[in-house]
Design a protein around this ligand. Structure first.
Ligand code: WTA
Length: 646
C-alpha cells in the first residue's frame, strides 16, 4: 500500500456472537427483506428506491450510467428544496432543528422558520455576488446558522466547503486557496468545553494568505464578549438576514451530477484531500441510508453527536435527516461534555428516538459509569448507531445493554468521507447484529478483501478492504476516468474497485470486521489525520531532522504519537514546544500529538526506511518480535522505554 510498508493484518480473535434484532423493532422498521430483495433481482436499478426518496424537478430516466460513472445523470433537483420546501405542506410548524448550545441555551427552528432564514440568507449571498458554482467556505461550530448557510448555498447552487471550526487560520486559508473560494461565512468564535475561543483573526489571516479577494460574513456566537471589527468587505450575518427578511429565492435546479459541496479530509499525500459530493447521488444515498439504516421517520427526534465540520455531520445531521423531514437535535461541542449526566438529560428532555455517536464517546461514558445514564429515562430510544472507528464487543455490549436496554438495535456503520454515506452495516430490522463487526455491505454494494497482489483472500483472513461496485454517494473524484481513490499498488482483479485504505476480515456470509487504517492515514478518536502531513510539519521545525507519526491504542485512550529526531545539542523542551506550536498553527490544536518522543535515531530498515510499523507496536505496547534485521536494532529498547516509561 501507500508508502510501500508492510502492514501486519492481525485478525486476533474474531467476534462470533450474533444477536437477532428485537421483534418490536422489526415490526416497525422502515425497510423489509422483501424490499431489499430488489437489489438481488434488479442490480443497480434497485437504487431507484434511493432516488425515489427525493423530489426531482426533472425526473431521472437512468439510475446509473456506467460509462460516465454518473448517478441519476439526466435528473435535476435542488437539495435545499428537498430538505425544506417539500416538507412545508405537511409539517411547516414541526421543528426542523432544536439547538442545545454549550452555555445551556436552547433555540428551535420549525421547518417554516428555517426555510424563511434560508431564503433570506440565500438572497443575501446573491446580493454579495455569489453565483451557482461559486465556492462558499463556512467556518463555525454547530449552531443553526451553519445549517442555514449550507442550505442557502444549496438553494442558489453554490458549493459549500465547511471547514471544521477547530482548524487554524492557516489551515482555513490553505483550503480556501485550494478551492479558490472568494466567500467566507465565519463565526466570531466558538466555545470549547465552555471557554470562548475567538476566530476574529481568521478573516485577516485568510486575506493575507490568499490571492483572491474574500468577502466575509460574520456570525455572532460570542455575543459582546468579543468585538469583531468589520473591514470593507465584511458583513454581519444578522444585518444581512434582516435586510433580506421576507424575500424568497427560487431554488436553482441542479443536475444530479453537479457538485453539492466540497469537504477536505486527511489523505496520504501530505496535503488536505479534496472530496466533492454530488447533488443527486449523494443526497439519494444519505436519504436512503438515513431511512434504511438509521430508520429515521419524519416524526422522530434524532441526535447525532458529530460536528457538522466533518462528513458525519454533513450526511447524518444535515442532509439525510432533513431530506426525510425529521426533527434534528443539534448539539454544540464534544459528545462527552460534562456534567456526565448531560447527554442523557437531553435524550430524556427531547424524547430522542435515535442516537448516533462514536465509539470514543461511548468508551468515555463507560468509564464514567452506568450510574449517569441510569438517572435519565432513556425509554424513548429506538435505535443506536456508531461511526468513526471499530467498536469492540465489550463497548458494543455496554451500549446495547446500558443505553438501549437490549431493546434497540445497534448499527455499527462503516463509511468514509469519500463514500458520502454508509457502505457496510447491518440493516437494523433485517440483519442479525454481531458485536465488534460492522456487518455486511449494504444491499447493492459488493466488497472484497484482497492481498498485496489484489487477489481475494480466503474468508477469515486479514487483507485490504476494497469496494467493487459503484454506489450513489461516491464522490465526483471516483467517476469518469479517475476510478481509483488514490494510486495504490493493490488493484483488485475486478472491473471497478475503490481501495478504502482500511484493513478488514470477511467471513463466508460477508460480515466484515474492520481492522483499521493500513495506509498513511491514522484514525484517532474517530478523527482522521494524514501522517505525512503531520510529519512534514514536524520536520519543518528548526532542529528536527526526521519524524514519524503513528497512532497509539484506542482502548487505552492514547492518540497521536510523534517520534522526532532532534539535532545534537538541541534544547528538548524548546523542540517539543516548537513542534506543538507548528501543528497548532498549521492544522489546529486538536491535532497536537498526545506524546512527543524525542530520540537520537529512528528505527530504520536496512534500506534506510523508517519502520513506522515498529513504532506503532511500541506506542501500542505490542510484542515487538524480532528486530534484529533493522539497520539500528540497538535504538529499539531506548525508544520503547522513552515511550512507555510513565
Ligand atoms: C474508520 C468517518 C471501523 C475507517 C465517517 C475509515 C470505521 C475512516 C468505522 C473514515 C466503523 C469509520 N468501524 N472503522 N464503523 N467508520 N471508520 O473519512 O478507518 O473521517 O477509513 O469518515 O474511519 O474516516 P472519515
Amino acid at each position: 500500500m501507500a508508502g510501500g510498508e508492510e502492514f501486519e493484518l492481525e485478525t486476533g480473535e474474531l467476534p462470533a456472537e450474533r444477536i437477532a434484532p428485537p421483534q418490536s423493532f422489526m415490526e416497525q422498521a422502515n425497510v423489509t427483506p422483501a424490499q431489499l430483495q430488489r437489489f438481488t433481482e434488479e442490480g443497480v436499478d434497485a437504487w431507484e428506491m434511493a432516488g425515489d426518496l427525493l423530489t426531482w424537478d426533472e425526473p431521472y430516466r437512468t439510475v446509473f450510467d456506467e460509462d460516465a460513472g454518473d448517478w441519476f445523470p439526466d435528473g435535476q433537483l435542488n437539495a435545499a428544496a428537498n430538505c425544506l420546501d417539500r416538507h412545508l405542506a405537511d409539517r411547516k410548524n414541526q421543528r426542523a432543528l432544536v439547538w442545545e448550545g454549550q452555555l445551556g441555551e436552547t433555540r428551535t427552528e420549525t421547518y417554516l422558520e428555517l426555510s424563511r432564514k434560508v431564503n433570506a440568507f440565500a438572497a443575501g449571498l446573491r446580493d454579495l455576488g455569489v453565483e451557482a458554482g461559486d465556492v462558499v467556505t463556512l467556518h463555525m461550530p454547530v449552531i443553526p446558522e451553519l445549517v442555514v448557510a449550507m442550505l442557502a448555498c444549496a438553494r442558489i447552487g453554490a458549493v459549500h466547503a465547511v471547514v471544521f471550526a477547530g482548524f487554524s487560520a492557516e489551515a482555513l486559508a490553505t483550503r480556501m486557496a485550494e478551492s479558490e473560494s472568494a466567500y467566507l461565512v465565519v463565526s466570531d468564535g466558538y466555545y470549547r468545553r465552555g471557554d470562548a475561543v475567538s476566530l476574529t483573526n481568521r478573516a485577516e489571516t485568510v486575506r493575507a494568505g490568499l490571492d483572491q479577494e474574500v468577502t466575509t460574513v460574520v456570525v455572532d456566537r460570542l455575543d459582546d464578549r468579543h468585538q469583531y471589527s468589520l473591514g470593507d468587505r465584511d458583513h454581519r450575518y444578522e444585518e444581512l438576514l434582516a435586510a433580506h427578511s421576507g424575500e424568497t429565492v427560487d431554488p436553482v435546479t441542479r443536475a444530479a451530477t453537479d457538485e453539492l459541496f466540497l469537504i477536505y479530509t486527511s489523505g496520504t499525500t501530505g496535503k488536505p484531500k479534496r472530496v466533492t459530493h454530488t447533488t443527486g447521488g449523494y443526497l439519494a444515498h444519505t436519504a436512503w441510508t438515513s431511512h434504511a439504516v438509521l430508520d429515521i421517520e419524519p416524526s422522530d427526534t434524532y441526535l447525532c453527536t458529530a460536528d457538522i465540520g466533518w462528513i458525519t455531520g454533513h450526511s447524518y445531521i444535515v442532509y439525510g435527516p432533513l431530506a426525510l423531514g425529521a426533527t434534528v437535535l443539534l448539539r454544540e461541542g464534544e459528545a462527552d461534555q460534562t456534567p456526565k449526566t448531560k447527554l442523557w438529560e437531553l435524550v430524556e428532555k427531547h424524547a430522542v428516538d435515535i442516537l448516533y455517536t462514536s465509539p470514543t464517546a461511548i468508551r468515555t461514558f463507560m468509564k464514567w459509569g452506568e450510574e449517569y445514564p441510569a438517572e435519565s429515562d432513556l425509554s424513548s430510544l429506538r435505535l443506536l448507531g456508531t461511526v468513526g472507528e471499530p467498536i469492540n464487543p465489550e463497548v458494543w455490549r455496554w451500549l446495547y445493554e446500558q443505553i438501549g436496554n437490549e431493546e434497540c438495535p445497534v448499527v455499527d456503520t462503516w463509511w468514509q468521507t469519500e463514500t458520502g454515506g454508509h457502505l457496510i452495516t447491518t440493516i437494523p430490522g433485517v440483519d442479525e447484529m454481531q458485536p465488534g463487526t460492522a456487518g455486511p455491505p449494504l444491499p447493492g454494494v459488493e466488497a472484497t478483501v484482497v492481498d498485496e497482489t489484489g487477489t481475494d483472500v480466503d474468508p477469515n483472513t486479514g487483507g485490504y478492504l476494497a469496494i467493487e461496485t459503484p454506489w450513489p454517494g461516491m464522490p465526483r473524484e471516483l467517476s469518469t476516468e479517475t476510478r481509483w481513490a488514490e494510486t495504490s499498488d493493490v488493484l483488485p482483479d475486478s472491473e471497478w474497485a475503490y481501495m478504502t485504505g482500511d484493513g478488514a476480515v470477511m467471513v463466508e456470509d460477508e460480515y466484515v470486521t474492520i481492522l483499521g487504517r493500513v495506509d498513511d492515514v491514522i484514525n484517532v478518536g474517530g478523527r482522521r489525520y494524514g501522517t505525512l502531513e503531520l510529519e512534514s510539519i514536524i520536520i519543518g521545525v528548526e532542529d528536527v531532522a526526521e519524524a514519524a507519526v503513528v497512532s497509539g491504542h484506542e482502548d487505552h485512550g492514547q492518540g497521536i504519537y510523534a517520534y522526532a529526531n532532534p539535532a545534537a545539542g538541541a534544547d528538548e523542551t524548546a523542540v517539543r514546544a516548537a513542534i506543538n506550536r507548528a501543528i497548532e498553527q498549521q492544522i489546529g490544536s486538536f491535532a497536537r500529538p498526545d506524546r512527543i518522543v524525542l530520540t537520537p535515531e529512528l528505527p530504520k530498515t536496512s534500506s534506510g526506511k523508517i519502520m513506522r510499523r515498529l513504532l506503532t507496536d511500541i506506542a501500542r505496547g505490542n510484542d515487538l518480535g524480532d528486530t534484529s534485521a533493522l539497520r539500528n536494532p540497538e535504538v529499539v529498547g531506548e525508544i520503547d522505554s522513552a515511550t512507555n516509561s510513565d
